[in-house]
Structures are given as structure tokens and as C-alpha cells.
Design a protein around this ligand. Structure first.
Ligand SMILES: Nc1ncnc2c1ncn2[C@@H]1O[C@H](COP(=O)(O)OP(=O)(O)OP(=O)(O)O)[C@@H](O)[C@H]1O
Length: 675
């Protein structure tokens, strides 16, 4: 079976069926192109005195050229990396004139090298603009080994800059955003997140710069001349000796081609994957765990604030803080004021583009709260001052978990505590305890890039909570998970938020998230609040079109009862709803029964056979909805919606105030715990 599956998908690369057909003419032209590259190399190979290669390469002129090329290339490549990487970082950002700067940076790539040499000579030569000044100080650059290095840097650095800058501009910036919310400063962000993310491009750019430096000829001969042992690099030696000492010139050419092939070959190696494999071998055992308990989490120093001194972890847990987010963004046309009570969980819902993520970014400190204020407890985070992301005591979890793929899971979770000043060992201990708390300790040693969606969501939660936040912003972190993983994540968030006493802002499009997680709901439409209230009230009696459409189903609040095989919700006044089996119930805890309108059938009298869910109900509204009719009912103070045919409406005489019996299929009722 496995064989059949692998044979079918993915299709083997060599399979004929897997290849898109190529016109014969195109294939022949391609082969002609390849011949044009290979034939001269092969032709040269026929002239090389292969047997005398060691002897030829050990001649004084050859060793001098080889040694000089090696030294100057190492120096120029180092300079290319040290100056080129910062230049690429500058060019990858948006600022006035950046387009012109990008053109100038690649100009040496398209310039004839000899022109580059003349330009360098005009600047640094004896009569050059700078050369004259340097000459007065006794520094002669032209026609020295330094000139060779400068010529190589001039022509080679753009290769590194262009490669790195393209990678930087197309990188996914979400990981950096997450790192900022975890407290990373500019250097840590650059060294631990940005550069490792573009590591393969940096390696490729460096290899290309090295290759270009090795082959440099025109700029060198014009600016540095050709003095044996001082400026005569391999390409120059090959050119000058090609007639009088052809054998040595060809031997040097072989070395140059071999070096170039090695360098170009190195650019095709998947360095990122290899490094990860070396640094995190698959067999590496997960970090020891199992002895820690969440209550034993080592403390993390809270960001210093003048008006709120850092508190010990245990005391902070006891303090639940209210969160206020109030701002107006003219650019995005969003104007919102949210007040979340201390330790409460508020669901922010609304159509796409209504401003939910904008509110999350403002709260986390990734966007300015223009004309407003962000306040956590007594501490003003934005408004009369600005507390940067990562120092606010607010953690952000977004739809993309943003797990750092180049780090292990343990390092991911330890990242925040490290940013907050904890030592390596203490940060790792803290990370381990957080992983235990979310049931992911077995993943500690795994690479961050080797997690399933559900695992990544757990790790992201552990990483966010490892910074000991007081408020948690959840911007649809469960949207990409399957139903099972979503339910697990809901329970986990509910438990950890209660344990840590967190104030939670949750963005979601899922009614189940609201029913099981939220205390309060705010509805946004077109950047404005159109409805707010307690979750139970908003869900059972929607006051806006959006919530009415969102809920669609009836949500009956009550108390959980029964067992996994027969879960129930007691609605009070002797009314009970049975749900479908295989749902977790916590006897006596708040729960909601979610009922789709199609699961409700209406009868004049209870049918024989005593169906399990039979509720007396009074019709309140009747509305046509496409081919069907939506009937709004009230049963013991609960609102219930049914979807019936027009024929049923006529047959039963369904009209406002009509008393009926609602029969609800237990298999279609979901029982959801309300944390
Ligand atoms: N980077 C940006 N620059 C300018 N405007 C933006 C930017 N990102 C979003 N917007 C605009 O801001 C408004 C609110 O967008 P936001 O992403 O906050 O909505 P949302 O409710 O989170 O949407 P969704 O449910 O699709 O995630 C939209 O009109 C959007 O076009």
C-alpha cells in the first residue's frame, strides 16, 4: 500500500508522466547552449599537461599568483560580507531615494571591469580626488595589494548585495513581529531572527562574491597593475603567461575553474536544511521533563516601569488587570474603544477588514494608537508615552504561529525569557516548565520547522506565556487548525488563561470559540463598534446582522451534566438537552448546547416514542429564508431557531404566538464547555 501511494504521489521525478513535454526544437537549442559552455572547457582540457600539474603549480610564479589570489579573495570576501550585508539591509527597507540607491548598488555588476579600474584609479590613484590626499599622508593605494582587494570588493560586493537584498525583501516578516512582541531588541532581532532566516541567501551571495573576486581581471590590471607577488593574481598570471609559458597558464586556469566550480556548487547546497540537520540531529533526545509543574515556573522579570515596579510571579498571578484599547487610525478608517475587565475574556468579531487585527496590533505595540490610549491596569502603554512591543506585559498569538524554524522548540520558548534578561539556563528551565504546562514537553528537542499545525499552536502559546504576560491577544490562532486540534487549543487557552489570571482579547470568526471561551463580545463593522455585551446575551439575542448571521444556530446556556456517552445541558426549570455522544462534559460546570436550525423539527403535539429532546416552545418570528422558512421560537426563556419548509408552515399554522413542540435531534446537538 505504501508503495502504491509513494508511486502515485508525489510523482517520481523521472516519471515520463510527471514531465511536461518540451518541443524538440527547444530541447535542441538548449543542448546547443550547453555545448557552447562545455566545449571550450573540454577543449582546454585537451591542452592541459595533466601529468605535470603538481610540478607546474609549484613553480615560483604559479605559487605567488595562487597565494596572492587566495589572500586577496579572503580579504575582499570578508569586506563584502561586513559591508555588503548592512548595505543589503538598508536597501531592503523603504525610504526616500531607495530605488535610485538600489540601481547604484548594482551598477558595478554591469560596468566593464576595466572601466571600474579606471574609476578607482581616478579616485584613489596618485592624481585622484582622494588619492592625492592619501598620498600626502604617505598612503599609496594604487598599484598595491590593497588596490587588488579594493578592485575585487568593487566588482564582487554587488553580487552579495543583490542576492541578500532580494531575500530580505521577500522574507516573511511575521517571525520578526512575534520576536518583537517577545521583547527582542534590534541586535537580537537581527542576529537571532533576521539573519538566520536569510542565511541561505547570505551564503549564496558570499559564494558568488568570492567567485567573482577570484576571477577579477580588468579592474585589477587597470587599478593595481601586474607585479609578481604584489598584484599579479591568478587571472593576470594566466593572461600574461599564456604565450611564453602556456603549460603553467593552463595549469593555473584548471585551478581557477575548479575553484569557481566549487564556489558555484556551494551555492546550490541547501545550507539551511543542512545546518538544521547538523545542529538539531533527528535522534537528539528531547529535553528531560516531567518533573516540573506549572506552579513551579521560575519567575521572569517584568519590564521595568516607573509607576509599576516588577512584581514576583506569584503576586502578579493574583493581580488581574483591566485592558483598555482606544484609538483612531485615519489611514485604516478604524476607530475603536475596547474595555476588557480584569481577568475577563473578550471576543472581538466582525466581517473581514472591519479592524480586528488593527486593534490587536495597537494593543501589542506594533501600531501607534493615534489619538487614543492603551492602558493595562494603571500603566499607560500608549498615549502620553509609548511602551514598545515586548515590554508591555501583553503577549500576541496570531493565525500564523510564527515558530522560529531555525531554533529548537525549547529555544523558541526560551527566547522571550532570554529577551527579558534571564540567563540561558534559567530561561531554558522556564521554557521547559511552560512546555509541560501546555502538554508539549515531548517536543522540546524538535526543530521549530518540524511541527504540525496543532503542535505549533501549542508551542506558540507556551512561548507567549513564558514571558509572564498579564494580557493575551489571540488574533485567530486557531483558524488554521482542524476541529479536533481547535477544541484542544480552546481548552488549553481557557485553562492557562485562568491559571495565569490573564485578561484576554480574542479575535475569531467561529461561534464555537465565542461560546466556549468568551465572557464578553464586541462586534466591529467597517471599523466601528456596532454591538457589545455579554457573550451569552449577544449569542442568544444577536443585536447586529453580523452576529445573527454568524450564530445561525441556537445557543442554549446551562449547566453540564451526564457523561461522555450521554452529555446533557440542564437549562433550568426542568428542561434538559441531550447532546451527541463523545463530547467531554464537566458535571456541574457551565456549558452551552449548540443547535443548528435544521436539527429542530416542529410538531403540534409530542410525537409518540418519547423523543429525548422535546421542548415546549412559542413561535415569536416567522421569516422566509430562501426556499425555507426561519422560525424564531422561545422556550423557557431560551431562544431557539428552526428551519422548516413552507408546506410545514401551512400545515402547522405557524404564526407568532402559536404554541408547538420542538423536537431536536440529539446527534446534531454539540455540548460545549464554557470555561
Ligand atoms: N498595512 C496596512 N496598511 C493600510 N491599511 C491596512 C493595512 N492592513 C490593513 N489595512 C486596512 O485596515 C482595515 C482593517 O483591516 P484589519 O486587518 O484590521 O481587518 P480585520 O477585521 O482584522 O480583517 P480580517 O478578518 O480579514 O483579518 C481594512 O480596511 C484594511 O484594508
Amino acid at each position: 500500500m505504501t508503495l502504491a501511494r509513494t508511486a502515485l504521489w508525489p510523482l517520481p521525478r523521472r516519471s515520463r508522466a510527471a514531465r511536461a513535454p518540451l518541443p524538440l526544437t527547444v530541447a535542441l537549442l538548449g543542448l546547443a547552449g550547453a555545448a557552447l559552455i562545455i566545449l571550450p572547457l573540454a577543449g582546454m582540457g585537451t591542452r592541459v599537461a595533466w601529468g605535470r600539474l603538481p610540478e607546474l603549480l609549484s613553480s615560483p610564479s604559479a605559487t605567488a599568483a595562487l597565494g596572492l589570489s587566495l589572500r586577496t579573495c579572503l580579504a575582499s570576501t570578508t569586506i563584502c560580507v561586513l559591508l555588503g550585508a548592512p548595505l543589503a539591509l538598508l536597501l531592503s527597507r523603504q525610504w526616500r531615494g531607495v530605488r535610485l540607491a538600489r540601481v547604484l548598488a548594482v551598477l558595478p555588476m554591469t560596468m566593464p571591469p576595466v572601466v571600474a579600474g579606471i574609476a578607482l584609479l581616478a579616485t584613489l590613484g596618485k592624481k585622484g580626488v582622494l588619492g592625492g590626499v592619501l598620498d600626502a599622508w604617505g598612503m599609496r593605494i594604487a598599484f598595491s595589494t590593497t588596490a587588488v582587494v579594493i578592485a575585487q570588493v568593487f566588482v564582487a560586493m554587488p553580487f552579495l548585495v543583490v542576492t541578500l537584498e532580494a531575500a530580505l525583501r521577500s522574507r516573511d516578516e511575521r517571525a520578526e513581529m512575534i520576536a518583537r512582541t517577545l521583547g527582542a531588541g534590534p541586535w537580537r532581532l537581527l542576529v537571532r531572527i533576521t539573519l538566520p532566516m536569510v542565511g541561505p541567501a547570505l551564503a549564496r551571495g558570499t559564494a558568488l562574491a568570492l567567485g567573482r573576486g577570484l576571477g577579477e581581471f580588468g579592474a585589477t590590471i587597470a587599478f593595481a597593475g601586474s607585479k609578481e607577488g604584489v598584484t599579479r593574481t591568478m587571472p593576470l598570471a594566466i593572461y600574461l603567461q599564456r604565450e611564453e609559458d602556456t603549460a603553467t597558464a593552463l595549469a593555473l586556469a584548471v585551478v581557477l575553474i575548479a575553484a569557481a566550480a566549487l564556489v558555484v556548487g556551494a551555492t546550490t547546497v541547501p545550507w539551511g536544511t543542512l545546518l538544521q540537520r547538523w545542529l538539531l540531529p533527528a535522534g537528539r533526545s528531547p529535553a528531560p521533563s516531567g518533573t516540573e509543574h506549572p506552579s513551579a515556573l521560575p519567575p521572569v522579570p517584568m519590564p521595568a516601569s516607573q509607576d509599576e515596579p516588577a512584581l514576583p510571579h506569584t503576586q502578579r498571578n493574583a493581580r488581574r488587570l483591566p485592558l483598555t484599547i482606544s484609538f483612531t487610525s485615519a489611514e485604516r478608517d478604524v476607530s475603536v474603544c475596547l474595555e476588557i475587565g480584569a481577568g475577563r475574556r473578550l471576543a472581538l468579531i466582525g466581517p473581514n477588514g472591519s479592524g480586528k487585527s488593527t486593534a490587536c496590533l495597537v494593543a501589542a505595540g506594533l501600531l501607534d494608537a493615534t489619538g487614543g490610549e492603551v492602558r493595562l491596569g494603571e500603566r499607560v502603554l500608549d498615549g502620553t508615552g509609548f511602551v514598545p512591543a515586548g515590554q508591555r506585559g501583553i503577549a500576541l498569538l496570531s493565525q500564523e504561529p510564527g515558530i522560529f524554524a531555525h531554533m529548537s522548540v525549547l529555544e523558541n520558548v526560551a527566547f522571550g525569557p532570554r529577551c527579558q534578561g534571564l540567563g540561558r539556563r534559567a530561561a531554558r528551565e522556564r521554557a521547559r516548565a511552560e512546555l509541560v504546562a501546555v502538554g508539549a514537553e515531548h517536543l522540546a528537542g524538535r526543530s521549530g520547522g518540524a511541527l504540525s499545525g496543532g503542535q505549533a499552536a501549542r508551542v506558540a502559546l507556551a512561548r507567549a506565556l513564558a514571558t509572564s504576560p498579564r494580557a493575551l491577544i489571540l488574533d485567530e490562532p486557531m483558524a488554521a487548525l482542524d476541529a479536533g486540534a481547535r477544541q484542544e487549543m480552546r481548552s488549553l487557552v481557557t485553562r492557562r488563561a485562568s491559571e495565569e489570571g490573564l485578561t484576554v482579547l480574542l479575535v475569531t470568526h467561529d461561534v464555537l470559540d465565542i461560546a466556549s471561551l468568551a465572557d464578553d463580545v464586541v462586534v466591529l463593522e467597517a471599523g466601528r463598534v456596532v454591538e457589545r455585551g455579554e457573550a451569552a446575551r449577544v449569542l442568544s439575542a444577536p443585536g447586529s446582522d453580523f452576529t445573527a448571521r454568524l450564530t445561525g444556530m441556537s445557543i442554549l446556556m446551562g449547566t453540564a451534566a451526564g457523561s461522555r456517552e450521554d452529555p446533557r445541558v440542564d437549562l433550568g426549570a426542568g428542561m434538559v438537552i441531550h447532546g451527541r455522544p463523545d463530547q467531554e462534559v464537566r458535571e456541574g460546570e457551565p456549558a452551552a448546547a449548540l443547535i443548528p436550525p435544521e436539527a429542530v423539527a416542529l410538531y403540534e403535539e409530542a410525537p409518540s416514542g418519547s423523543p429525548r429532546n422535546a421542548l415546549p416552545a412559542v413561535v415569536r418570528t416567522v421569516e422566509r429564508s430562501g426556499a425555507l422558512v426561519s422560525v424564531g421560537l422561545e422556550s423557557g426563556g431560551h431562544r431557539l431557531a428552526a428551519s422548516v419548509t413552507a408546506a410545514a408552515v401551512a400545515q402547522l399554522g405557524i404564526a407568532p404566538d402559536r404554541e408547538l413542540i420542538a423536537i431536536i435531534k440529539a446527534v446534531e446537538v454539540r455540548v460545549v464547555p464554557r470555561g
